[in-house]
Design a protein around this ligand. Structure first.
Ligand code: NAP
Length: 292
């Protein structure tokens, strides 16, 4: 078993981005600027956004964190999105999800300019992804593809089972992995809560990707020998032994599954850092695409 260390791979990407930024700075060119909009005080969202801002600082990107109380109206948020769309200094921005229930997430995502949509959630970017046209790829699936690529994991001809069909992870990932590319050329099974014989399907997987948000759902009896396991899940579970009172748990029971695998991502330190790294790559790309 080998750990697929997303933290190390993400550090490699950050070092490359740092060099790119330093070289732009030296030439007097614009520095990428990422803005993040955070509504409310959800602990998970605050730490995700915090990690994104920290990554910007480390690389040398400019960043702006824009915070609102969860009493913010949908129209007020739409106005902020419009302002960021028009702001020449901002190259890309994200609106951290989930949003409070009174705000329609689709309406907000659809209002972000596709040219600044570094999360890759806008229908135009998702459509471009489907058609393999240029655009921004959703950060988590793109991060997973980069992780596979940089760690030279063979995907061609492999059977990949993806658990979870969300628009931001499972569904786009299933498309990217089935594309004629490297990584890619997988035969993909996309499973969800209505899938029957899930265990039998998982046992056929050369590559098993779990993105369902159910802590330790994947157990050793569901995994074939030498499979590659990518654990996307991040659920906070209470843990009184930790000072903060919780820990992050993936969708895979790491302790019992890891010994059977050829490669496995840990949680934390697997997919999470790669998601942030691909957001940073998208931000640099946004600035370059906008001719700056
Ligand atoms: P989501 O919107 O929470 O949807 C969950 C998906 O899992 C749905 O498609 C659901 O099926 C499926 N599902 C639920 N229970 C299942 C079961 N027992 N068997 C098979 N499928 C089942 O998904 P998401 O937003 O992609 O998030 C999934 C997990 O990834 C969460 O823990 C989230 O925190 C994490 N995540 C991590 C990162 C990262 O950077 N590390 C990024 C994004 C998300 P139905 O469609 O039938 O309901």
């Amino acid at each position: 078993m080998q750990r697929l260390n997303g933290k190390t791979t993400a550090e490699e990407i950050r070092a490359e981005l740092k060099t790119a930024v330093a070289s732009r700075k030296q030439k007097g060119m614009k520095i990428p600027h990422l803005a993040a909009v955070l509504v409310g005080n959800d602990g998970g969202s605050m730490s995700y956004v915090g990690a994104k801002v920290k990554a910007c600082d480390e690389i040398g990107f400019n960043s702006s964190l824009i915070r609102f109380e969860d009493t913010l109206t949908e129209q007020e948020l739409l106005n902020k999105v419009e302002e960021l769309n028009q702001d020449e200094e901002i190259d890309g921005f994200i609106v951290q999800l989930p949003l409070p229930k009174h705000i329609n997430e689709t309406k907000i995502t659809d209002h972000i300019s596709p040219n600044k949509d570094v999360d890759g959630f806008h229908p135009m970017n998702l459509g471009n992804m489907l058609l393999n046209l240029p655009g921004f790829l959703p950060a988590t699936p793109a991060g997973i593809m980069e992780l596979l690529k940089r760690n030279k994991i063979e995907t061609s001809g492999k059977h990949c089972v993806v658990l979870g069909r969300s628009n931001i992870v499972g569904t786009p990932l299933s498309i990217m992995l089935s594309r004629n590319s490297n990584p890619g050329n997988c035969t993909v099974t996309l499973a969800h809560s209505r899938t029957q014989n899930l265990k039998e399907l998982c046992l056929q997987a050369d590559i098993l990707i779990a993105a369902i948000g159910k802590p330790e759902f994947v157990t050793k009896d569901m995994v074939k020998d030498d499979a590659v396991i990518i654990d996307v899940g991040t659920t906070r579970v209470s843990d009184s032994s930790r000072e903060r009172g919780w820990r992050l748990v993936g969708d895979v029971n790491f302790a019992e599954v890891a010994p059977k695998t050829s490669y496995i991502t840990p949680v934390p330190g697997g997919v999470g850092p790669m998601t942030i790294a691909s957001l940073m790559m998208n931000t640099l790309k946004a600035m370059e695409l906008n001719g700056k």
